[in-house]
Design a protein around this ligand. Structure first.
Ligand SMILES: *Cc1c(COP(=O)(O)O)cnc(C)c1O
Length: 397
C-alpha cells in the first residue's frame, strides 16, 4: 500500500494553505530547490560547458523521459522531454498527418483545451485549404470517427469538468477506421493510471508542471509508439533531433526513435527540478492513488452538496468517468474563488462559470478536504464573495 503520510511529508506547502490547484501548478517537493541549486553551482558554475558531458545534461531528456514514462505505461526509450505542451501537440499532429497522407482531417472535441485546438487549426492552415480540424461534442467523438479522419486528437480528462474519455476504447475505434491517435495527458499523467502502450495509442503528450510538480514552465513530454518511432517525421526538425547533431551536417537526418522529437537545447535547470520532483513517485502505486483521489473527491462533493446547494456539480457524478478534479458551476464563480483563496484554500476559476478543484492524494488529507468544503460553504452562506476586491479580474484566473 502506498504510504500517503510519507508522500505528504515530502512537500513544502505554505503554512495555513490548503492547495486544491495541483492540477494547474503542482507544489514544491522537498529536494527540488537543493537539486536545482546544485545544478547551478556545482554543474553550470564549476563545469561550465563541459557539463553537457560531465553532468550528463545531454541525456537528461531521455533519462527523465523514462521516469515519466513509468507513470504512463510507456516502455523505456519511448518518451522524451522538452519544449511546451503546445509545441509537442503540434509535432504529434504533424507527424500523424504525414503518416496518414491520404487523409486530411484532425478530429477533436469541444471539451479540449483551446491551445490544442489552436495548434491543430494553425497546422491545418499551414498545410493548406484541404486540411481541416473538425470538432464535435465529447459524447459524439466515437460516432464521428470514420474513414476521412487522419488523426484523433483527444485530451483524456477535460480541463474544465474533469470528464474522462475511455482512452482504450476510442483508440481501438480510431484504429478500426484507420485513423491514428494523439492523446493529451495533461490532466492524466500523475493523476490517474494511464497505459499508453497497452492502450496502443500512436502518440501521447503532456506537461510536467501540473500533477508531476516540475514547477512553472517545466518541460513537456512526448511519447511515440515504438512501432512508429523510426517512421514518424518530427515536423520541427531541430538539430538536437538529428541523428548526429555534432556532425553539423547541412542535411537533416532524424535521430533514432523518439529522440528525433527533440528540437533544440533542453532546459537543464527545469529538467533537474523535474528529476528531483519525480522522487516522490518512488513507491507510489497508481491504483492506490486513484482510489484515494476518488475517496477525497467524494467527501468534497458530499459536503458541498449537503451544505451549499447553490453550487451545481459540473463534473460527472459517476467516478469512473471523472479524472482527478471536481468542478462546480456558479455565475459568480470568479469572486467565490477569490474569496476562498483569501481564506487559505486555493482552487481556480475557468470561464465562464467553473470553480475548479484538483485532488492530489500525494499531499492532501481528508481533513484538508473537509476544511476546504466547510470554508467554501461558509463563504457562500455569508455571501462573503460579494465584495469589490473579489470581483477584480487578474491576468491569470
Ligand atoms: C495545461 C494544458 C496545456 C498547456 O500547454 P502549454 O504549452 O504547456 O502552455 C495544453 N493543453 C492541455 C490539455 C492542458 O491541460
Amino acid at each position: 500500500m502506498t504510504d500517503f503520510e510519507a508522500t505528504r511529508a515530502m512537500f513544502d506547502l505554505p503554512e495555513g494553505v490548503i492547495y486544491l490547484d495541483g492540477n494547474s501548478l503542482g507544489p514544491l517537493p522537498h529536494g527540488v530547490a537543493e537539486r536545482v541549486a546544485r545544478s547551478i553551482t556545482d554543474e553550470w558554475g564549476e563545469m561550465l560547458i563541459t557539463g553537457w558531458n560531465k553532468a550528463g545534461w545531454m541525456d537528461l531528456p531521455a533519462r527523465v523521459g523514462d521516469r515519466v514514462g513509468r507513470l504512463i505505461g510507456a516502455p523505456a526509450g519511448s518518451v522524451t522531454m522538452g519544449d511546451t505542451l503546445s509545441i509537442k501537440v503540434y509535432q504529434a499532429l504533424a507527424s500523424a498527418l504525414e503518416l496518414r497522407e491520404d487523409r486530411r482531417v484532425i478530429l477533436s472535441d469541444t471539451g479540449n483545451f483551446p491551445s490544442d485546438l489552436y495548434m491543430a487549426d494553425g497546422l491545418c492552415r499551414t498545410l493548406g485549404p484541404e486540411y481541416q480540424l473538425k470538432t464535435v461534442a465529447p459524447e459524439e467523438v466515437e460516432e464521428a470517427l470514420d474513414e476521412t479522419i487522419a488523426v484523433l486528437m483527444i485530451t483524456e480528462v477535460d480541463y474544465r469538468t474533469g470528464r474522462k474519455h475511455d482512452m482504450a476504447r476510442l483508440i481501438a475505434r480510431a484504429h478500426e477506421v484507420g485513423a491514428l491517435t494523439a492523446w493529451d495527458l495533461a490532466h492524466s499523467a500523475g493523476a490517474i493510471p494511464v497505459d499508453v502502450y497497452g492502450a496502443n495509442t500512436d502518440f501521447a503528450v503532456g506537461c510536467s508542471y501540473k500533477y508531476l510538480n516540475s514547477g512553472p514552465g517545466g518541460p513537456a513530454f512526448i511519447y511515440v509508439a515504438p512501432r512508429l518511432a523510426d517512421k514518424a517525421r518530427p515536423a520541427l526538425s531541430g538539430w538536437l533531433g538529428h541523428e548526429a547533431p555534432f556532425a553539423f551536417d547541412l542535411d537533416y537526418r532524424p535521430g533514432a526513435g523518439v529522440e528525433r522529437m527533440r528540437v533544440g537545447t533542453p532546459p537543464i535547470l527545469q529538467l533537474a527540478a523535474l528529476d528531483a520532483a519525480l522522487d516522490v513517485w518512488e513507491g507510489v502505486d497508481m491504483q492506490d492513488l486513484r482510489a484515494r483521489s476518488l475517496e477525497l473527491q467524494q467527501i468534497f462533493i458530499d459536503r458541498i452538496e449537503a451544505s451549499c446547494s447553490d453550487l451545481t456539480l459540473a463534473s460527472p457524478r459517476d467516478p469512473q468517468i471523472r479524472g482527478s478534479q471536481v468542478s462546480f458551476r456558479h455565475p459568480n464563480g470568479y469572486a467565490i474563488i477569490q474569496a476562498l483563496i483569501a481564506d487559505g484554500v486555493i482552487g481556480d476559476f475557468r470561464a465562464p462559470d467553473i470553480l475548479r478543484f484538483g485532488f492530489t492524494p500525494l499531499y492532501l488529507s481528508e481533513q484538508d478536504v473537509e476544511t476546504a468544503a466547510e470554508k467554501l460553504c461558509a463563504i457562500m452562506a455569508e455571501r462573503r464573495w460579494d465584495q469589490p476586491e473579489f470581483h477584480r479580474r487578474a491576468k491569470v484566473t
